[in-house]
Design a protein around this ligand. Structure first.
Ligand SMILES: *[C@@H]1O[C@H](CO)[C@@H](O)[C@H](O)[C@H]1NC(C)=O
Ligand SMILES: *[C@@H]1O[C@H](CO)[C@@H](O)[C@H](O)[C@H]1NC(C)=O
Ligand SMILES: *[C@@H]1O[C@H](CO)[C@@H](O)[C@H](O)[C@H]1NC(C)=O
Ligand SMILES: *[C@@H]1O[C@H](CO)[C@@H](O)[C@H](O)[C@H]1NC(C)=O
Ligand SMILES: *[C@@H]1O[C@H](CO)[C@@H](O)[C@H](O)[C@H]1NC(C)=O
Ligand SMILES: *[C@@H]1O[C@H](CO)[C@@H](O)[C@H](O)[C@H]1NC(C)=O
Ligand SMILES: [Zn+2]
Length: 568
């Protein structure tokens, strides 16, 4: 998704946490309940997706999960989406300790069980592979360390996400690779999938050729033929290297109609990898276009993403398969491995679904294994690739020590990661004079807590994964900054614990400041100021060797651990 903000019906919803006064989060699931892993219930925090640990630290003890029952059907699918480089297992979320290597083991076991019954199992990834941990951010293009790990995983098809398509170099303002997708091409990653890296509506802007394949037909060991597309929502803020075509235009295009027509008779079903919210109306448009072309009985499954939630829904207009949840989304950041199956029963389809939590016991249990006989040879190869990537990224290198936990989802105050970042980290590492410079940062820039004790490269980058560079506007009046902050944070939905934008200090109306901000926030900040001041503003690059991630590492590098904390 786009930073931490969930845009639901035009409103940015950041969290539904129960928050107590004094800036700390309600501490116990005993009092607030377990939430049933349901966004609508007691506790759900969007930025770290499905981690209940944001809401109550005792989630794992108080809310033990039932191992999901995986019911194989005629056609079976295992799904990851929005991995955001969280493929290593989470040292600070004991409950989410599984890595992508464990998912590979699940795939192996599922295939061997299914093959014994002559059934096919397919494995899909739905995009947003990068931007989340040190494994991504320490590579200049954000994908160079990550992509060799994904190449060890035998995905049947993969989709592209918006995070593969952000401009990283400010169109040449700063040095470095322009866009992650360029790295994926130049390293041979896209080609290595031999036509199964899908981009139905993303083309290179230079040639107008599709970045991957527009679609593919995959065939399982037992002959199941699936026609697979890979759509991205109508993303407008993409990098210069590509164009993202509006989904509606693609559905009306000649190639799409021909592809549907050419395969309507030969495929057994259609899978749409859709990097868009499962509630997005584009999903309905794609589904309807396919239903029209494919006739009334062909199974059409949409695998959604981007909202970072678990969820499914039916397509309203169609009643033919009333047991068919046409759209399914499998959480994010490996908090969930999705499973879907369907079987024909007469002229109906019987459908099964499982949300498998990213926990080693849950994953092993889902394929009727115990932890001791769970890991497979292919899983071990992926584990080895993850270790190699972590070594390249220097993920385990200790930068310094944190004296306390800094929480992302908590109001400004002593425990708040945002208060710490704005009032301690930036004044010390970035701002020349905390008196005459004020920083404003959009709170999508950080995504995870900092925990007490040693802080590694990986910890710093999971807290602040995006590495956006800094810009400066000189000579801005305090009164304009006060007005700007009000506009940026207005209207604030009641559910929001942390304001949309935060500032490093309080501007005095009559004083004049340098305003410092990061490139991700350029448009909202500069457009508002220009409107307010009635003139064109030209921000300058500020401290090009620093960025929104490196300031945090720099701060901890000045805070060496005492001997005891290293031993901890
Ligand atoms: C993973 O978490 C489960 C509890 O949720 C625990 O039983 C298991 O020992 C953990 N495994 C590892 C390797 O940390
Ligand atoms: C999967 O998660 C979604 C969202 O929480 C939920 O609605 C659905 O019932 C879950 N499915 C199963 C089989 O648990
Ligand atoms: C695991 O065993 C249970 C109970 O026998 C069964 O319902 C389930 O389908 C099995 N899982 C798989 C993946 O075969
Ligand atoms: C895996 O180990 C468990 C517990 O030791 C055992 O019950 C199960 O039969 C084993 N499965 C296989 C396929 O070896
Ligand atoms: C952020 O800055 C650090 C320190 O200069 C640099 O090593 C890193 O590559 C930068 N990250 C990005 C994404 O530019
Ligand atoms: C941010 O600016 C507002 C005024 O616009 C001020 O009320 C607030 O105290 C400032 N925040 C901090 C942390 O100084
Ligand atoms: Zn995402």
């Amino acid at each position: 998704m786009i930073r931490s903000c969930l845009h639901v019906f035009g409103v940015c919803i950041v969290a539904f946490c129960l928050v107590t006064e004094g800036g700390s989060v309600s501490a116990s699931c005993k009092t607030i309940g377990c939430g049933g892993h349901d966004p609508k219930s007691t506790c759900f925090c969007a930025p770290s997706c499905f981690s209940f640990d944001d809401c109550c630290d005792d989630y794992a003890e108080v809310c033990p999960e039932q191992t999901p029952t995986v019911k194989l059907g005629d056609v079976n699918m295992l799904i990851t989406t929005d991995l955001h480089s969280w493929i290593e297992g989470r040292p600070h979320d004991a409950h989410l300790n599984a890595s992508l290597a464990h998912v590979v083991s699940v795939l192996d076991h599922l295939r061997s069980i299914a093959y014994a019954q002559s059934r096919d199992v397919f494995f899909f990834d739905n995009g947003d592979i990068n931007d989340g941990t040190g494994l991504s951010a320490t590579a200049p293009d954000h994908v160079a360390f990550l992509s060799p790990v994904l190449q060890t995983v035998r995905y049947d098809a993969l989709n592209i996400g918006n995070h593969e398509l952000y401009q990283r170099n400010g169109h040449g303002i700063v040095e470095g690779p322009a866009c992650p997708v360029v790295g994926l091409k130049e390293s041979g990653y896209i080609a290595s999938w031999e036509g199964r890296y899908l981009t139905s509506n993303v083309v290179w802007s230079s040639s107008h050729e599709p970045v991957g394949n527009r679609y593919t037909m995959i065939e399982g060991k037992f002959g199941t033929k699936l026609l697979v597309f890979g759509f991205l929502y109508n993303m407008h803020d993409h990098c210069d290297a590509v164009e993202v075509l509006d989904v509606e235009d693609v559905l009306a295009s000649q190639w799409f109609k021909e592809a549907v027509q050419a395969h309507a008779q030969v495929c057994d079903g259609v899978v749409v990898l859709a990097h868009m919210d499962y509630r997005d109306e584009l999903v309905d448009k794609i589904w309807t276009a396919l239903r029209t072309g494919m006739g009334s009985s062909k199974p059409i499954q949409v695998v959604a993403g981007h909202s970072h939630r678990r969820g499914f829904r039916h397509i309203k207009a169609i009643r033919f398969y009333n047991v068919w949840p046409e759209v399914y989304e499998a959480g994010c950041k490996l908090d969930t491995v999705g499973f879907l199956s369907y079987s024909r029963e007469g002229n109906r389809l019987r459908f099964e679904l499982a949300n498998i939590s990213g926990n080693i016991n849950q994953l092993a249990g889902a394929v009727n294994r115990s932890v001791s006989n769970f890991s497979t040879a292919a899983g071990a190869r992926t584990a080895q690739a993850i270790q190699t990537a972590r070594d390249k990224a220097g993920s385990d290198r200790v930068l310094g020590c944190a004296a306390q936990r800094y929480r992302l989802m908590t109001p400004p105050g002593k425990n708040s990661l945002w208060s710490f970042y704005m009032q301690e980290v930036l004044p010390e590492t970035l701002l020349d004079s905390a008196k005459s410079q004020i920083a404003i940062v959009g709170t999508g820039a950080m995504t995870y807590d900092i925990f007490p004790g040693p802080v590694t490269i990986d910890d710093a980058y999971t807290a602040s994964p995006y590495g956006n560079f800094w810009l400066k506007l000189e000579g801005i009046k305090g009164e304009s900054l006060i007005k700007l902050m009000m506009e940026l944070n207005h209207p604030t939905p009641w559910t929001q614990v942390v304001p949309s934008y935060v500032n490093s200090s309080a501007p005095i109306a009559s004083s004049t400041y340098d305003l410092v901000f990061c490139d991700f926030d350029l448009d909202p900040i500069v457009e508002r100021l220009q409107g307010m001041l009635g003139k064109h503003l030209e921000p300058k690059l500020y401290k090009p060797l620093l960025n929104t991630s490196s300031v945090l590492s720099a701060w901890f590098q000045q805070r060496p651990c005492s001997d005891e904390s290293i031993l901890l």
